[in-house]
Ligand binder design. Structure first.
Ligand SMILES: Cc1cc2nc3c(=O)[nH]c(=O)nc-3n(C[C@H](O)[C@H](O)[C@H](O)COP(=O)(O)OP(=O)(O)OC[C@H]3O[C@@H](n4cnc5c(N)ncnc54)[C@H](O)[C@@H]3O)c2cc1C
Length: 452
């Protein structure tokens, strides 16, 4: 019997998730031969764990979760250290850097993203780093640990930039974060919520927010200063952490459509588009694709390992003959920054403003356990509702605990179309060592309702 051949380009979270789901789901399904092609040498490396490895909580090598043999032993043609240089959609094959052509019946594009490099002088100097994957992590950690590293500038005040800033300052490196926006974490928080994070970090980290922006990195051959708004800051290390851009070069070259966000255009089955039609045998997922926002209905990116996993379910189901579609997404996000758990889901106020969605918002500050219970943590919640319908469309939370589970709960609430009144009137459990009798979420909803 001739086996059908699935080729996966990319061995990050998205490619590996598809591979594992296919291996798990294959029993009883049409026999499949799987080839996975990736540039790196390890089997699977968890980039998500890098910020804490920089802090020294574990080693970078601990993030190699599987070696290639793990997959090879399962019968996968697992090709590491290999780059796909082109895709031939007409004749259904990919060409790799050795010149070999590998044919497919089904192609899965999971080429991920790469750090955005700002268009300024000096980004290629020694001492300038990005944080993606094992090599980046090892180079950066070695630079952090070098005796002569005492000053750092981080360009970008998003999650990765701030987590790195915490790691640097724990390593006694004097750190300045430069952010183009006037407040930190502008992709996931409103300015009032972001100021809480900034306050937490201000004794360890210096911030330069809003304009002026970085205009150059100076030094030869090693970076020794950064020019910010005409001022020169001495550095031994610079981290570029200004967002990620989808890797779409080989897809674009093959004629696959790329959308306004820079990600590959896909349909609900996650099939790619060429010309006027979606291709039946080519899927894409992960950081390299464009998704639809569940609140605004606009195209955007959702570059999260958690997003990739859901998309991998859709792709693997479709490959296994189980019809499956990917829904518009809310991208729930959580991060720990200097012990603060910071979470966000749905739209922030700025996104609502940009798309002319009228909102009412409520912010409340309470505790995670009863007022009298030892060990309680402060919790700050901001809820955003659509003005007319009073439906929940966004949530932001900061606390020392319980943020991840609350963000998951609020994600379900947004999906279910829950209103501010529903939040106030629904039953909640209570036990003083675990909750307050009236939760912070309820107070935030009440405050929003009071807006009239
Ligand atoms: C420091 C850091 C921390 C993060 N923390 C979190 C977190 O806490 N939670 C969360 O949900 N997300 C987090 N993320 C985001 C998450 O890691 C990504 O969303 C996820 O890795 C995306 O997976 P991917 O497979 O789509 O892309 P990638 O991980 O970028 O993998 C892409 C793969 O494609 C391969 N590739 C690309 N082009 C080619 C080619 N031409 N030929 C062969 N191979 C190719 C690459 O070699 C790579 O193997 C973090 C990211 C970083 C960098």
């Amino acid at each position: 019997m001739v086996k059908r051949r699935v080729v996966i380009i990319g061995g990050g979270a998205a490619g590996i998730d598809v591979l594992e789901l296919l291996l798990r789901g294959q029993e009883g399904a049409e026999e499949t031969e799987i080839t996975l092609i990736k540039k790196e040498t390890e089997g699977f490396f968890s980039s998500c764990g890098l910020p804490f490895a920089l802090e020294g909580i574990y080693g970078i090598k601990d993030l190699v979760l599987f070696e290639p043999n793990f997959y090879i032993d399962k019968g996968v043609d697992f090709r590491t250290g290999t780059e796909v240089t082109s895709i031939d959609l007409e004749n259904s094959y990919v060409r790799v850097d050795t010149g070999e052509e590998i044919s497919y019946d089904y192609l899965v594009i999971a080429t991920g993203s790469k750090p955005f490099i700002p268009l300024i002088e000096g980004t290629n100097l020694d001492g300038v780093f990005t944080l993606w994957g094992r090599e980046d992590g090892e180079r950066l950690k070695a630079a952090m640990d070098a005796k002569d590293t005492s000053n750092a500038v981080i360009i970008g005040g998003g999650i990765i930039g701030l987590q790195a800033a915490v790691a640097f300052s724990k390593n006694s490196i004097k750190t300045t974060v430069v952010e183009m926006f006037s407040y930190l974490l502008p992709a996931i928080l409103d300015d009032d919520m972001a100021s809480i994070v900034q306050k937490r970090l201000r004794k360890d980290v210096t911030f330069i927010l809003g304009k002026p922006v970085v205009s150059a990195i100076k030094g030869e051959p090693r970076a020794d200063s950064v020019i910010v708004g005409g001022e020169e800051i001495s550095v031994d290390l610079v981290l570029l952490s200004a967002g990620m851009r989808p890797n779409v070069a080989i897809s674009k070259k093959a004629g696959i459509e790329v959308g306004v966000s820079g990600g590959i255009v896909v349909d609900q089955s996650l099939r790619v588009k060429k010309g006027n039609s979606y291709l039946n045998n080519v899927y894409a997922l992960g950081d390299c694709i464009e998704v639809t926002d569940a609140v605004t209905n606009r195209p955007r990116l959702s570059q999260l390992a958690s997003t990739a996993l859901i998309q991998a379910r859709v792709v693997s189901n479709n490959l296994l003959g189980i019809s499956s579609s990917y829904k518009p997404c809310l991208s729930p996000t959580v991060a720990v920054i200097s012990g603060l758990q910071v979470g966000s889901v749905g739209v922030i106020s700025e996104t609502a403003r940009r798309y002319r969605i009228k909102i009412k918002a409520g912010t409340a500050i309470k505790y995670t356990k009863a007022r009298f219970f030892p060990g309680r943590k402060r919790i700050i919640a901001k809820l955003i509702f659509e003005e007319d319908t009073e439906k929940l469309i966004g949530a932001q939370l900061i606390s020392g605990e319980t943020v991840a589970e609350r963000i998951n709960e609020l994600t379900l609430a947004i999906k279910a179309g829950i209103t501010a009144t529903d939040i106030c009137m629904r039953e909640r459990c209570f036990e003083p060592s675990l909750t307050m009798v009236e939760d912070v979420i309820v107070d935030a909803a009440l405050k929003a309702l009071k807006q009239g």
